[in-house]
Design a protein around this ligand. Sequence first.
Ligand code: PEP
Ligand code: MG
Length: 619
Amino acid sequence: MLEGKSDSVVLKGIGASPGVVIGPAFLLDYHKVKILKRQIEKGEIDQEKQRFENAVSEAANQIKQLIAEIPEEFREHSGIFETYLLMLKDRMVYDRTLKLISEEQINAEWALNNALDYVRELFEQVKDPYIRERFEDIKYAVRRVQKLLSGSPAADFSQLEKPVILVAHDLSPADTIQMAKEKILAFVTDMGSRTSHTAILGRSLGLPAVVGLENATSSIFSGETLIVDGLCGDVVVNPDDELLRHYGEKQEDYVRYRLDVIQYSNLPAETQDGFRFKIKANIEFIEEISSVISNGAEGIGLYRTEVMYLAHKELPIEEELFLAYQEVVERMSPFPTTIRTLDIGGDKFLSSVSQDDESNPALGLRAIRLCLKESNLFRTQLRAILRASAYGDVRMLFPLVSGKSEIIQVKEHLEKTRNELRREEIPFDEDIKTGIMIEVPSAVLLADVLAREVDFFSIGTNDLIQYSLAIDRGNEYVAHLYEPLHPGVLRMIYRTIEAAHEAGIEVAVCGEMAGEPMYLPVLIGMGLDELSMNALDIPKIKRMIRMSNQNRCSALVRDILECSTAQKIREHLLDFLTSDFPGEFDLSHGLFPDFVGREAILGPLMTEMKGNALNRRLG
Ligand code: PEP
Ligand code: MG
């Protein structure tokens, strides 16, 4: 990996949405600290100085606390934090701020800001890069004090004047939706993983993103130039000319690659030995449909319907939902549209219906459980979906089903809703197909029973992995343990497909795994019927299916189902990818499928890479 010279720093995170962009940073957390000038009375001077001194002591306590928490292996680097402590009391900043407060009768935040500007100018004149870099330490220390002085009023990035790269500790799905309307080039977050809903939304918006950086908000300042490489998870802060050139070339390579691979979009997804797969798209926004069509999807395999609920304070009314669904269905016709009922709860919080006191929301009132509790909300959506079914091929999909009794309750609601529409003489498709998402281990164990109740299965690997390996999909600290190739996960997928086929129903995978090329041989070999993914992933997946041989993939699956560790499976798969797709998975080439390959193949190394990034910051 390239390392920056001069002031450049390369932070390592998880590439969550592809693309390479360069632009100014806008630190959401930092902008929570609005630094405003306020003239103070003479009599307030002492009080203002005291406020500043208290904030400095509090910041010092925080830094001491950080020192105490440094893990043993990084203890030798704790010196940098000691430096921060010294910087807090640095005369140029500390004394100058106190002086400005009394002489200019200004508030502490503004005085501190002016003191920092003064120091910046001095440091910019220094030739020695080592000394110049010490300004970063001062900035870090000052920022802590500013935060304490200013509290944290809510951020408002709707006021942005020019396009920026958003840097935040975390973004809720609702924040991410908000970004669709703003001038955002890309986003980077401390938290998150590739399958967190924020990352998925980023992909839907087509915004490059790097998540799970852990320390982005403490390493980046608003206005600094950033390069975001969503392909492999690099974020470069203050790139020098060499880095700008390198990533500029990568950006061009990526554009070239997209132009090359797009040629596969309208070709059938058929293996060399004649097996045909249905390739569909996952969408969140109606605006994605043109991309769905141009990338060659044969329908929508997963229409996540939460955005209309999250985007406004009030719940959407039936008519709004119906009009949106009707538009999607008509524009996709004659291809099918699979509309998933509301999956609110977990990390998609909706104040009007979600519980705000759940200590474990991922295991709480989420998805179908919430809909069954809030029956009015559910019935409104069912009516809208049924009404849209009069305008094309609509399928209904129910998320997070854990057993048969939920399906029975869903069917009761569905039947009542149908009766209502019949009475009102509102047309709908009497033969509408219904399916469930398989994302809870109990649903896998009961797959044979559940398969008799519905017309199709769709395996939500994002949640299936989360719930079977007990790994929070949004938590960057366990992102490296999120392992699609875990033998337990693969056996679950295999068992679900077998049960579906024995019952004569079709089965799809619609989790992120479906759009990641390195897992494709495994899914092909298991005999899956359909893959549904972000539209941008479709051409490369079609290209890879067309290079594949189903029989060879089946043999691979037989072998890997015998393996007892993910490591062994990864080795088998790597051998297979190298022999059957020569050159396609060349990790050094820094592009496709680097961003998926690296994380998945080198999963265990992620921790090490993060350690290195930390070392660089500390050293
Ligand atoms: C999944 O869990 O794999 C899935 C497709 O649903 P979501 O990501 O919306 O939870
Ligand atoms: Mg899910």
